[in-house]
Design a binder for this molecule. Structure first.
Ligand SMILES: [Ca+2]
Length: 324
């Protein structure tokens, strides 16, 4: 009988062994995820471009994902209806939020409250805030930053243009291939390792890039400052949004913000959490990061949100939000 087991037909082939390993690993990881103890995903090597301003931008591939949150997710709001989204074009996304130093070099002025001379200077006494995220920036000013950066001769020569991310692009990047509450899992006690938020921030912003990134190399996607997206906000948009490259409603009275900020609770920092603010409002927990697109054509295209951008002082004025 034992001889029979030793026949070539009955020996485990290398393929059988590999299958066994894959099955065991899958069961193991599913079990950990079910228990909320999924190990952090290893960082995936991705192309990073450094532009003429010193900003690092991470290559994000086209792909599909589940946008929104499932029924039962803690902190979920009705507007987060889960749906499938396909992004058909690759893009680059800032590895960090735009900093005060970068903003000031492009826009000359800096609206930030968390800096010397700012309205909340006493909270950052003795600190160099150049690498803190720009705060108190309204949507119009963020769009103007993208346009002016696109017009920089070195960026034109490299055929690179800048804009705000669409809401779908932002969530796709924040999830980094995951579909849970946060890219690192579902345990809120781990958020302090990834985010400056209500329980970890000391009620102020912090230099970008100090917390753990997600597996695509993106820092501070949760917390520090809320990040403007390009889209108009509508609470009932998801059920009617196109599956492919959704760009938000055609009009509205508020723009989308994502990721939570230094004053936010854990629920507001979820991958699916949405916020809205009028575009002329810039709160001290509001900033942004940029998308970069490299053109194949001879001349780089301009930022594509100019139709909504006012000119002059209106672009830089800042009010306070009436957030829900
Ligand atoms: Ca952020």
């Amino acid at each position: 009988m034992f001889d029979a087991w030793e026949t070539a037909e009955n020996r485990c082939s290398p393929r059988d062994v590999r299958r066994g390993v894959v099955v065991c690993c899958t069961v193991f990881y599913c079990a950990l995820a079910w228990l909320g103890k999924a190990p952090p995903r290893a960082a995936e090597p991705r192309a990073v471009v450094t532009n003429s301003l010193g900003m690092k931008l991470v290559a994000i591939e086209a792909g599909a994902f589940w946008m929104g949150s499932p029924l039962g997710e803690p902190g979920r709001r009705l507007e987060e209806r889960r749906h499938r989204v396909v992004l058909t074009a690759p893009f680059y996304l800032g590895a960090y939020e735009v900093t005060q130093q970068q903003y000031a070099r492009v826009m000359v002025a800096d609206p930030s409250e968390f800096r010397v001379g700012g309205a909340q200077a006493e909270r950052v006494t003795g600190e160099k805030t150049g690498r803190f995220p720009v705060d108190s920036v309204n949507w119009h000013a963020a769009v103007a930053f993208c346009r002016r950066l696109t017009a920089v001769p070195a960026e034109q020569a490299a055929r690179r243009s800048y804009r705000l991310p669409s809401e779908a692009e932002w969530e796709y990047a924040a999830r980094a291939g995951t579909d849970g509450i946060w890219s690192f899992g579902r345990r809120s006690d781990r958020l302090t390792r990834h985010a400056w938020y209500r329980r970890s921030s000391g009620r102020r912003t912090h230099a970008v890039g100090q917390k753990l990134p997600n597996s695509w190399g993106l820092f501070d996607m949760y917390g520090n400052v809320w990040e403007w997206c390009r889209d108009w906000h509508s609470a009932d948009y998801y059920p009617r949004s196109p599956r492919q490259d959704p760009a938000g409603p055609s009009t509205g009275d508020a723009r989308v913000l994502r990721g939570g900020g230094w004053a936010s609770g854990a629920a507001r920092c979820r991958s699916a959490a949405r916020l809205r603010d009028p575009p002329a409002v810039g709160d001290p927990d509001t900033g942004f990061r940029v998308v970069m697109v490299v053109s194949e054509r001879e001349s780089a295209p301009g930022a594509d949100t100019s139709r909504d951008e006012p000119t002059g002082s209106a672009a830089l004025s800042s009010g306070r939000s009436r957030r829900p």
